[in-house]
Ligand binder design. Structure first.
Ligand SMILES: [Zn+2]
Length: 126
């Protein structure tokens, strides 16, 4: 149990869920192919993007719903301006949330065994 939580924590931080040493991202959104320390393959199946988008969209929609409720409840006279502001804030949040969600999802995939070390791990060294 602790090991699974540690792997999720490492994924949230953009580190390799298995070893915690390798970084997952080469750019803000771009994953490296695999961990240079342990060889865990981050890219490859395409499942990483789909699960991360699901997590990211779920969190963003939930925050948008809560924000809309607060907007209607607190500022009913400024709904158009408030909605525009809410959309702007959620759009920026979505950009940052996607990166964290992607790391988190790779942590889940590592826990479930859906991703594993690659035998061609020497290619991951930059
Ligand atoms: Zn690693």
């Amino acid at each position: 149990m602790f090991n699974a939580l540690l792997m999720l924590w490492r994924g949230l931080g953009g580190r390799c869920p298995t070893c915690g040493y390798g970084h997952m991202f080469k750019t803000f959104f771009g994953l490296i192919e695999g961990c240079p320390a342990c060889g865990l393959r981050f890219e490859g199946t395409g499942d990483q993007s789909t699960g991360a988008m699901g997590i990211s969209l779920t969190i963003t929609v939930a925050l948008g719903f809560a924000g809309a409720l607060i907007l209607v409840w607190q500022w009913p006279d400024h709904l158009i301006l408030g909605t525009a502001g809410l959309i702007g804030v959620l759009s920026i949040f979505q950009l940052f949330c996607y990166r964290v969600s992607r790391g988190f999802w790779i942590g889940i995939l590592a826990i479930t065994g859906a991703i594993h070390e690659d035998e061609r791990r020497d290619q991951f060294f930059l």
